[in-house]
Write a protein that binds this ligand. Sequence first.
Ligand SMILES: Nc1ncnc2c1ncn2[C@@H]1O[C@H](COP(=O)(O)OP(=O)(O)O)[C@@H](O)[C@H]1O
Ligand SMILES: [Mg+2]
Length: 240
Amino acid sequence: MPGVGSSENGLRIRCDCIQMREYLKQNQKLNELKEQLMIAQQREDFQGKRAEKMFVEGGVGKRFLTATFENFERQRMPKAYDIALGFAEKFDENDGEGVLFTGDVGTGKTHLAAAIANKIIRKYSATVEFVSYVEVLADIRAAFSNHSEEAYLLEERMRKADLLVIDDLGKEKPSPFTNELFYRVVNGRYKDRLPMIITSNYGVESLSERLDYPVFSRLAAICRAVEMRGIDYRMKDYLC
Ligand SMILES: Nc1ncnc2c1ncn2[C@@H]1O[C@H](COP(=O)(O)OP(=O)(O)O)[C@@H](O)[C@H]1O
Ligand SMILES: [Mg+2]
């Protein structure tokens, strides 16, 4: 180390030469970089844990934690991919318009919805509620029959999150009770210009028949529909 020596009484002293000053400057820069790296890593870990909690609690599963734009083959669904990426990248400019991904099983609807969620959690530290429609209906029913306040809390989270993602909408017919709850959520978000991302295997017409009309008309007003037609990605190497 430059300029470090020993005094007569044994104390280590430093000189004030140019090399020493340069050395200390570099050392300080290095420490600052290490600190920035540590903060970035902690932030990444924290956002990763938030994303994991979101997928697990929403009933979608950890599998989609790794779904990103980078590992999606764009050429299979270029239009849906570009719309999803545009939505995620300009989330800070969003004024309430969301996307409804409809179409065949295995075409990447949930993957793109998860890629959006993963990106905006990390890029904008946004709050995202990502729920599987079937699971959320079951949770609400269970909470309601147990007289638990969980149904109310879930409704609040769905109503207030910066982004609400509903996966597999329409897979199950809702009851009058869940219809009312969805209406309150969707209408509240509509009024506050809070966006939603929705996936469904049903086309727009079938969805309008499966959902209560007031819910469907609000959704149609705030979500741009994108059709994803094609073969199941999981079968791509299986089918000749
Ligand atoms: N274009 C794609 N590029 C990479 N992986 C894809 C693509 N489309 C689908 N997948 C993968 O195939 C599986 C099924 O996709 P998923 O998003 O669940 O389909 P859907 O929700 O439309 O039924 C997932 O593991 C997903 O990551
Ligand atoms: Mg899906």
